[in-house]
Write a protein that binds this ligand. Structure first.
Ligand code: TEU
Length: 539
């Protein structure tokens, strides 16, 4: 599955912002790569406070991205190539400019209960310090509560103040969302990636959370996999997906989800979602201060984490596999070496991930070995999470390593001006390295990151052991080498990845068989810097 972040993919009309016709013009790239499905980040009508994750009309395309006709054309063109289209479903919150919320601001409106409106804390006046109904902090810094002066009440927003949370306790809210989802399926889309879908159900008593340092508390115990989450997802499945003849796909984005919960969410017998995006492996290099508190990764921790998820979802449920998306820094800069060994480390990381059991996701530009932005000035950043964090902390520390804009610089198509992304001024700076790292150069070089991704995708399509094989972790304590096997029907793949820039000797206690894929051309016994090898043994 390939994720397109439309704002940064390809701009067809020169306004500096990517759009649907831009994607249409670049379909060849996806076809050549061999992807089965595209996940399209939000293109709905939106004030763009959080780049489209703040939706003001779920059944319209934002003019910045094009029209509904363009989207129909994109769906048809993808389908002609046998590629499915999965839309982003953002229904924990709407935009504060959505007509539902505009109506809800009136305390006498029937839509008042569609959102989480609460009076100030008992004994305190609206707007007084500490008068927020709970002490919870927002994902985007500050309080989760915003005061509406007109009614003197606060509304809940786990994300920005322009993203008020919908009240899923309200039956009409749920039915309105399901009707909207059916409308999209009838239009031909093949499923949904569901934004922060495990926070839909809140503890309605809204208790204060523990303070771990800083002003605002951690409220997550009241909304991560809350009391009615399984009921809501099962109900959604019955109301939207059950009985449809098409093969549809759902993946729920679930920060803080545990393996035990993921087994329940993805158990086919329960019919909730097909897979979840879990966050454990992308939190291993966070310090106690959170994502901007940068710590080095210990490879043993990564292996332990993935190993647990592989084992935990082996018999029931299914894993998603990802390094990158529009919220994460670029993996080659994060766990690899984006300098001298960029090609080697990007291809090694891809090999290790893609040969796990589960559905791999490729985020646009990952297949080119695109790197972090390496921005140096605050005025280069656009992302609301980053800007709010810098405002609240007064520091740029960790931002260059962890800011979401690392993933959001324009797709590097060629060495033309603006990397061939736009003829106008891009909404965010193009990475300076586009002259060297771009799709045209990658396609021309048979040993490139792009062609390696293509080979990994082809291997998954051609060899059933990749999709179906059992997973066994080897060398769990080795500090630099990631090693595992996959077995199915008498075939065993052995996968080795060197997570270091130095030579590593590996002793296996089985014959790994023929070398079928590698990121080095000449054979050798010792693993070279960032080398990846896939061996295949039959019998
Ligand atoms: O992200 C939710 C999420 O929990 C985080 O990954 C978040 O992006 C942040 O980095 C936490 O530090 C989803 C979307 O993927 C993200 O782009 C949106 O901003 C967010 O929900 C709100 O819709």
């Amino acid at each position: 599955m390939y994720q397109v972040y439309p704002r940064s993919f390809a701009d067809s009309d020169g306004d500096g912002i990517g759009d649907l016709r831009g994607i249409l013009h670049r379909l060849d790239h996806l076809v050549e790569l061999g992807v089965d499905a595209v996940w399209l980040s939000p293109v709905y009508a939106s004030p763009q406070d959080d780049n489209g994750y703040d939706i003001s009309d779920y059944q319209a395309v934002d003019p910045v991205f094009g029209t509904l006709d363009d989207l129909d054309e994109l769906i048809a063109a993808l389908h002609e190539h046998g590629i499915k289209l999965v839309m982003d479903l953002v229904v924990n919150h709407t935009s504060d400019e959505h007509p539902w919320f505009v109506e809800s601001r009136d305390p006498t409106s029937p839509k008042r209960d569609w959102y989480w409106w609460r009076p100030p804390r008992a004994g305190l006046a609206a707007g007084a310090p500490g008068a927020e109904p709970t002490n919870w902090g927002s994902f985007f810094s500050g309080s989760v509560w915003e005061l509406d002066e007109t009614s003197g009440e606060y509304y809940l927003h786990l994300f920005s103040r322009k993203q008020p949370d919908l009240n899923w306790e309200n039956e009409e809210v749920r039915q309105a969302v399901y009707a909207m989802m059916r409308w999209w399926l009838d239009r031909g889309v093949d499923g949904f990636r569901m934004d922060v879908v495990n926070v839909l159900s809140k503890d309605t008593s809204l208790p204060d959370g523990p303070v771990h340092g800083g002003v605002w508390a951690d409220g997550s115990a009241s909304y991560i996999c809350g009391p009615r989450i399984h009921d809501f997802l099962a109900e959604m499945h019955r109301a939207v997906f059950a009985g449809r003849p098409e093969r549809l796909l759902t993946v729920g984005e679930m920060p803080g989800v545990t393996i035990d919960q993921a087994r329940v969410f993805t158990d086919p017998a329960r019919a909730e979602v097909d897979m979840v995006f879990q966050f454990e492996h992308v939190g291993l290099d966070h310090g106690p201060g959170g994502k901007f508190d940068v710590r080095p990764l210990r490879l043993a921790d990564l292996k332990a984490s993935f190993g647990r998820w592989q084992a935990g979802l082996a018999d029931i449920g299914w894993n998603s596999l990802y390094w990158d998306n529009h919220d994460q820094p670029r993996i080659v800069s994060r766990f690899g070496d984006d300098g001298h060994f960029r090609r080697e480390s990007a291809t090694m990381l891809a090999t290790v991930l893609h040969l796990h059991r589960g559905t791999p996701f490729v985020y646009q530009g990952e297949e080119l070995g695109m790197t972090n932005a390496h921005f140096t000035r605050l005025d280069q950043y656009r992302d609301i999470e980053t800007l709010r964090h810098v405002e609240a902390s007064g520091s740029l520390a960790g931002v260059a390593e962890r800011g979401r804009d690392n993933a959001r610089t324009p797709m590097q198509w060629s060495s033309d001006p603006n990397a061939g992304f736009s003829t106008g001024t891009p909404w965010i700076d193009v990475n300076e390295n586009f002259g060297i790292i771009n799709a045209a150069a990658e396609r021309a070089d048979p040993e490139s990151v792009f062609h390696h991704y293509r080979r990994l995708i082809a291997l998954r399509h051609d060899d059933p052991v990749v999709a179906l094989g059992d997973f066994t972790m080897l060398l769990p304590d080795h500090e630099h080498v990631y090693a595992f096997t996959r077995s199915w029907d008498g075939v065993t793949l052995t996968v080795l990845g060197n997570f270091s820039g130095s030579l590593q000797d590996v002793v296996l206690d089985h014959d790994p068989g023929e070398l079928i894929l590698s990121n080095y051309s000449a054979p050798a016994t010792t693993l070279r810097p960032w080398e990846a090898r896939v061996h295949r043994h039959v019998g």
